[in-house]
Design a protein around this ligand. Structure first.
Ligand SMILES: C[S@@+](CC[C@H](N)C(=O)[O-])C[C@H]1O[C@@H](n2cnc3c(N)ncnc32)[C@H](O)[C@@H]1O
Length: 379
């Protein structure tokens, strides 16, 4: 998914940095506490038990589907109820059933269609052009059906989160925006004309009790414990919720009060201290100080509001000072589309420190094995 700060293109760099600094042993717990699209948590799920988290609810939905969940759901009851043979039939039902028929079959009033009524030019009252009206209506109907099916137990919670997650992954492909939802385009982008097709989400089974949260990292960090803590906080003053408010509303489907030209929902409960110049130092300090993890890795940008010196100071203060390390800065253009001009001097940064923790989960360093050995034995 297109998402500010998505680390998909940096996964190999993060993996190399982890392999180079952290001894692997079995049953390690890895926490991705600013999970966003959950790309990092998903990548490391094959290696570790995962804890993932984000303040955004739609991120939590993606995490529930791909991190918590270890198996592709079978949708047994739903297929039976709708008389469908397989998962492709279910996708086809959601993608292609005539909208009026769905609305009538499930007794859904026009007033219930929140996206259609507020984010499409469906009437004289609403001019917002986030989606074509028929796309907005299909998003609403899928969203409402998921709630109904969960409520009457036609689908399990896992099935609900999987279908909601593929809907969230799909919506950006039909959104009439330039990357984020802070504003919509004033003419229809060609992508909005494409036939509606739901995305696929791969699920890895690591046979572990992975767990996802939708909390403030400052609260969560005091309650969890593990081995590797990966931090990917926002690095500039742009708060995430206003940029993704439509996805948040589709995920929550809570009929919020909305305001302004872009129809923004309230987000004061989701404001991040990492996006505030005056508070960002204390924000990072708080996380590192309270972390009950032996190894800490952080991604940041040279364009960030914290300086490298400030990060080093915080890492050395709370970690074992001489274990502090910063990787060779990674050039921005390495992980940007080739077409885009790269901003000179803009680099991605990776930091590491080891922490003295109470009761480290493994004391005997002889038990440590390199990741490669573990992977070989798993084959
Ligand atoms: C740089 S993005 C993470 C990107 C992610 N690694 C990925 O690959 O998609 C930062 C994330 O931190 C989340 N965030 C910001 N402040 C937070 C906080 N205090 N607690 C939890 N999550 C927070 C934002 O919602 C956003 O999803």
């Amino acid at each position: 998914m297109r998402f500010i700060g998505n680390k998909t293109a940096l996964l190999d760099n993060i993996n190399d940095f982890i392999c180079g600094n952290i001894p692997y042993y079995e049953d390690m717990i890895f926490c991705d506490i600013f999970s966003g699209t959950s790309s990092v948590a998903r990548y490391f799920k094959k290696d570790f038990q995962i804890i993932s988290n984000d303040l955004l609810y739609f991120s939590y939905v993606l995490q529930k589907a791909t991190i918590d969940n270890n198996r592709f759901p079978n949708f047994k009851n739903l297929k039976k109820e709708l008389n469908l043979n397989n998962y492709d039939d279910l996708l086809n039902y959601l993608e292609n059933s005539p909208l009026d028929k769905l609305q009538k079959d499930y007794n859904i009033n026009d007033e219930e269609l929140f996206i259609y009524n507020n984010y499409t030019p469906s009437s004289d009252v609403c001019e917002r052009m986030y989606f074509k009206p028929e796309t907005g209506k299909r998003i609403d109907l899928i969203r409402i059906l998921l709630n109904k099916w969960l409520e009457n137990k036609t689908i399990s919670e896992n099935e609900y989160f999987y279908l909601l997650a593929i809907l969230i992954e799909t919506v950006p492909y039909y959104s009439n925006i330039c990357g984020v939802y802070g504003a919509y385009l004033k003419t229809w982008d060609k992508r909005t004309y494409n036939p509606f097709k739901l995305q696929n989400l791969e699920i890895i089974n690591n046979n572990k009790d992975n767990i996802s949260y939708n909390c403030d990292a400052h609260e969560l960090i005091k309650k969890i414990k593990g081995d590797i803590l990966y931090l990917d906080p926002p690095y500039n003053t742009r708060q995430y919720p206003p940029n993704y408010h439509v996805l948040e509303t589709i995920a929550k489907y809570d009929y919020p009060e909305i305001k302004g030209v872009s129809g923004m929902r309230e987000y004061k409960e989701q404001i991040s201290m990492f996006c505030r110049k005056k508070e960002v130092y204390n924000a990072l300090n708080d996380i590192i100080k309270n972390a009950n993890f032996q190894y800490i890795i952080m991604s940041y940008s040279t364009d960030g509001i914290l300086t490298i010196d400030e990060i080093e100071e915080i890492f050395r203060n709370h970690g074992i000072s001489d274990t502090y390390k910063m990787a060779k800065p990674i050039e921005y253009r390495q992980f940007k589309s080739q077409k885009r001009p790269s901003k000179k001097d803009l680099h991605e940064l990776l930091f590491f420190v080891e922490k003295e923790v109470e009761n480290p989960r493994i004391n005997d360093k002889k038990l440590f094995r390199k990741k490669k050995e573990i992977q070989t034995t798993l084959k």
